[in-house]
Design a protein around this ligand. Sequence first.
Ligand SMILES: C[S@@+](CC[C@H](N)C(=O)[O-])C[C@H]1O[C@@H](n2cnc3c(N)ncnc32)[C@H](O)[C@@H]1O
Length: 251
Amino acid sequence: MKTDKLYNDPELAQFYDLENEWSPACAFLLKLADNARSVLDIGCGTGLLAARIAMDGTKRVVGADPAQPMLDIAKQREGGDQVTWVLSDAATLNLNEKFDLIVLSGHAFQVFLTAEAQLALLKTIERHLEVGGQFIFDSRNPKIKEWQEWNPQESGRTIEHPEFGTINSWNDYSFDPQAMVVEYGTYYEVIADGRVYSSKSRIAFPSQEQIAALVAQTKLHVNHWFGDWQGNPYHEDAVEIIPFGSLKAEL
Ligand SMILES: C[S@@+](CC[C@H](N)C(=O)[O-])C[C@H]1O[C@@H](n2cnc3c(N)ncnc32)[C@H](O)[C@@H]1O
């Protein structure tokens, strides 16, 4: 898999937490982790969720991500010393260990661009899930076409950077309807000196039916399809596709 500069360039990774704060998704997942003794966070990024889950000191928490700059930030945050951080692509992750709960948050599922890559991720979840354990992840519903808002006009925003001061930020995108992949640009312009940090990233928008068909090729089973992080059921116009499941019982 080609690496994404947004996560693999320390200059861009430093903006991640300024744009991605504690969210309803994090609150939902933190509560879910209450009953787990062990949690694996795949594509953990800067580790906001994993570190928070680990903070009560009662669970084994592992965060895995292939982007070193993201993990470097994760290690430094409060609670970061209570998490085992693993530098790894999800497809090749092999911890020889099983977990009560496996999560991918912040739409990390969408970085897997092809059905083949998505299936490899699901197999990784399958390999690491305890009997009776649970998995959950989120993917934006392609029917909502959220990417259409990722144009410079609608996405324009300002961010306060602790060192650089005010930043103008915006996105742009192009959409490949055949592959259902969106390539989006992310731009950070430092107002004080005009410096611009930018990256191009690609994410997939599989449908609920496509995700269900992939899950059916594994020993995983989806018990609930949520459509948002309030726990409402998935429906055609839902913003999110959130499969919440477990390992199929052996016959
Ligand atoms: C949108 S961020 C989500 C980060 C974090 N889960 C959150 O909620 O803030 C996507 C993350 O997926 C990671 N990623 C990219 N390719 C990956 C892969 N092949 N396996 C695992 N993680 C990957 C990126 O490095 C990045 O940290």
